[in-house]
Write a new protein. Structure first.
Length: 457
């Protein structure tokens, strides 16, 4: 592994996410981790797997995408593998190992769980990480929406006797000619599809009402069934945060800045799936507001976009948003409550990438994010390595001392702490601070930054 990759591994966060080893623009390998830093550190040792050894010799770049959970990382990993088809990914290329929900493409569709993506004429939702919760949700769907469960090819010339699902109200029995119209049945199927696309609020509300109604009637077994269905749907919705985020094609766009440096981060969601992340470094002035930077970026980026999304989701409105929407012919809107975690995810990725870029430009390898921000605020040419803080202490005008604590290369350095006994007969802190700072500057090595705590000082 080359030094550039080692530095990126060392700077990786202790967060769940997905990482991509690349050679130029080619994605060689996509992996996921509960803890990115711990997982990537495994690559620093000599790998036993020859495939990984060859991968590390070929790779010259490393990227990672921070997610909110390990489940999201796994699903995003699967989506990225489908898109990039990395040559060194073996374990996750076979998507049949993950459970999917399928809806058949027939005049009277049915719903079921499948692991076979090669089955023709089906609508697929997934993948999902937990087959048990998927099965529970399919059962809940069948109880809420009376969609058929049989495998008959309908309509059929043979006479079919309706099953028990019809008798207990869990199926509309399209197998019986004339029992239900194709239009009515397919309207119900569309409701199922909307549910699977994440539009679950009405379904959850109905289950909550049924659960409360059953409990009020002391039908506790029935209430327990509704409770289990509600929990399954809620859990499934959480697991689908990355794999299925609404049904629209949308970009989640944020801008993050430090001083004169800024970055725009876009999470691309297509047909409800988070498929990619793009980042663009921006040149900005110190007085530019983030809302103005975001507006200018959106205008420049989407005015030349060949395939714009249906919507651009942002953190908060900016001035002239209506004019921008009209000019670009794109719906630009603020995030809903359900989309807030996508905004947070975009900010987290933007912050990490900008800090790495600034540190790289200023010749720093592994530094605390606060030092990067400090260097930007103070317009320093390099990231400070040695920061000292000074304060004064006295007891009713006696026992006057000044002290310095030292922050050296990402950590406190107690061996470099200093204490000075005040020599002058001063009565206020500013004069005492002036003395100890002047005396400190006579000692080597000098700090890059001195922070003083003295009020009006």
């Amino acid at each position: 592994m080359n030094n550039a990759l080692r530095e990126k591994v060392e700077s990786a966060p202790h967060s769940p996410g997905v990482y991509l080893f690349k050679s130029g623009e080619e994605v060689l390998y996509v992996g996921k981790a509960r803890d990115l830093k711990n997982r990537l550190k495994n690559y620093l040792t000599t790998p036993e797997d020859p495939r990984i050894a060859v991968l590390l010799r070929r790779a010259n770049d490393l990227e990672y995408i921070i997610t909110n959970s390990e489940e999201e990382a796994l699903l995003l990993e699967a989506n990225l593998i489908k898109i990039h088809k990395p040559r060194y990914n073996i374990r996750l290329k076979d998507d049949k190992k993950y459970p999917f929900i399928k809806i058949t493409n027939e005049r009277f569709p049915s719903i079921s769980l499948t692991r076979n993506l090669k089955e023709p004429g089906i609508t697929i939702f997934g993948p999902y990480v937990n087959a048990q919760s998927v099965r529970r949700t399919i059962r809940a769907i069948r109880k809420i929406f009376p969609i058929r469960t049989c495998k008959y090819k309908l309509p059929s010339n043979r006479k079919i006797k309706p099953c028990i699902d019809y008798q207990i109200g869990k199926c509309l029995a399209p197998c019986i000619e004339g029992r239900v119209s194709e239009e009515v049945y397919n309207n119900m199927v569309q409701n199922v599809i909307r549910f699977l696309k994440g539009q679950t609020s009405e379904i959850i509300k109905e289950l909550e009402e049924k659960m409360k109604e059953a409990a009020a009637k002391l039908e506790f077994e029935k209430a327990k069934i509704y409770r289990d269905e509600l929990l399954a749907i809620t859990k499934l919705s959480k697991e689908q945060a990355v794999s299925r985020i609404g049904g629209e094609n949308k970009d989640v766009c944020v801008v993050y800045r430090l001083g004169k440096s800024a970055i725009a981060c876009i999470l691309k969601i297509r047909e409800g799936i988070l498929v990619d992340r793009e980042s663009y470094f921006l040149e900005v002035l110190e007085h530019d507001k983030e809302e103005e930077i975001l507006k200018e970026f959106i205008v420049q980026y989407y005015s030349s976009a060949s395939n714009p999304p249906d919507s651009v989701v942002i953190d908060k409105d900016f001035e002239e948003i209506d004019a921008v929407k009209s000019a670009l012919k794109i719906n630009i809107r603020t995030a809903t409550d359900e989309e807030r975690k996508l905004i947070e995810m975009a900010y987290e990725n933007a912050k990490k990438e900008l800090e790495e870029e600034i540190a790289k430009k200023k010749g720093a390898k592994k530094v605390h994010p606060g030092l990067i921000e400090l260097s930007e605020l103070l317009h320093m040419l390099k990231v400070p390595e040695r920061v000292e803080a000074c304060d004064i202490s006295q007891l009713f005008g006696d026992e006057r001392v000044g002290s310095f604590v030292c922050f050296l290369k990402n950590r406190l350095s107690k061996s470099n702490y200093r204490k000075y006994k005040i020599k002058g007969e001063y009565i206020d802190d500013p004069q005492m601070i002036y003395e100890v700072v002047k005396r400190r500057l006579d000692d080597q090595p000098l700090p890059d930054v001195i922070i003083i705590d003295g009020g009006i000082t």
